[in-house]
Write a protein that binds this ligand. Structure first.
Ligand code: AP5
Ligand code: MG
Length: 211
């Protein structure tokens, strides 16, 4: 977990590669639904463009269906889920075991800097930054050579709203998981997200390897 632009998707790619598990990113799933104009996508589009959260029941159903797929049998990484207390409670109620929650801490100013330079490859979800993580050829995806784009919700006023929503709706999950880590096998770790992509990757590896 972490605010918008903290580097959740960037780090998820490393962790999933290392452990051979799929990345279950609710943001990516919703963007795919929007692109495919499914009923969920049609409902989610306006909410996402405004920087608000999609309804808990839609999200919980999406996630439950996703983790029933065979590739999730040996585990999975949640990216951007759960992000409200009702979603976190739904995970507990469904007896879905979370081994480790990692919070990536980045200041609001850091978030704005990262998001303003973000470019993505729409079909794969690969993430770049014009300065901090540039593609080999400017503006083009490393693997397919296709054009990179800016996300629709990366406009400055939407980013400010996403940050506000993070602080009010999602950040309370930190104490929720800290409490759960006192009474169950779940582990909670916070890492400083202000360093380079590699430094944060190492910090996350260290807390995961310490299990
Ligand atoms: P989602 O797609 O999850 O967006 P988000 O939480 O706002 O997070 P981002 O994807 O913007 O950032 P990130 O932390 O993944 O950072 P990234 O690695 O890209 O959700 C989008 C929307 O969908 C939500 O607003 C909501 O409407 C809806 N939604 C999704 N899940 C939901 C849920 N569970 N419930 C309800 N609604 C939901 O990195 C950012 C940039 O920084 C990149 O350019 C990257 O290259 C760069 N970067 C990364 N690390 C570093 C570093 N260490 N140093 C410098 N630059 C870096
Ligand atoms: Mg992301």
């Amino acid at each position: 977990m972490g605010p918008p632009g903290a580097g959740k998707g960037t780090q998820a790619a490393y962790i999933c590669g290392k452990f051979g598990i799929p990345q279950v990113s609710t943001g990516e799933m919703l963007r795919a639904a929007v692109a495919a104009r499914t009923p969920v996508g049609l409902r989610a589009r306006r909410v996402m463009d405004a920087g608000e959260l999609v309804a808990d029941d839609i999200i919980v159903d999406l996630v439950k269906e996703r983790i029933r797929q065979p590739d999730c049998r040996n585990g999975f990484l949640f990216d951007g889920f759960p992000r409200t207390l009702p979603q976190a409670q739904a995970v507990v109620d469904a007896r879905i075991t979370i081994d480790h929650v990692v919070e990536i801490r980045v200041s609001d100013a850091g978030v704005v800097e990262r998001i303003s330079g973000r470019r993505v490859h729409e079909t794969s979800g690969r993430i770049y930054h014009v300065t901090f993580n540039p593609p080999t050829v400017e503006g083009l995806d490393d693997e397919t050579g296709e054009q990179l784009v800016q996300r629709d919700d990366d406009r400055e006023e939407t980013v400010r709203e996403r940050l506000r929503v993070y602080h009010t709706e999602t950040h309370p999950l930190v104490s929720f998981y800290e409490r759960l880590s006192d009474t169950t096998n779940l582990r909670f770790s916070a890492v400083d997200g202000s360093g380079s992509v590699e430094q944060i990757s190492e910090a996350i590896s260290a807390v995961l390897n310490a299990r």
